[in-house]
Design a protein around this ligand. Structure first.
Ligand SMILES: [Zn+2]
Ligand SMILES: [Zn+2]
Length: 87
């Protein structure tokens, strides 16, 4: 969660929650995870692309991108080198 101040009145924004938005795209496409903040003073809403909660991504040799705490690629099943190499 970020500490954000309202661009209009400098009040500290409240974190409302995250939502999956499709922006009119078909249901077959993944929703964009968006974090919503609101200003308690003037009611301004601010939207941000959701943070990946500090989890960095790994790119597999097959081209799939997934969270580095996955033990293996969800696409091709190849072992996660980043996980097996370190620790
Ligand atoms: Zn405001
Ligand atoms: Zn893969």
């Amino acid at each position: 969660m970020k500490k954000i101040h309202c661009p209009r009145c400098s009040e500290r924004l409240n974190f409302l929650g995250s939502e999956g938005f499709r922006f009119g795209r078909p249901a077959s496409e993944p929703a964009v995870e968006v974090e919503v903040y609101s200003c308690p003073k003037c009611g301004k809403l601010e939207f941000f692309a959701a943070e990946t909660s500090g989890i960095s991504k790994v790119k597999c040799e097959c081209g799939a991108v997934y969270d580095c705490d996955f033990p293996r690629c969800p696409s091709c099943g190849r072992n996660n080198d980043a996980m097996t190499a370190s620790k």
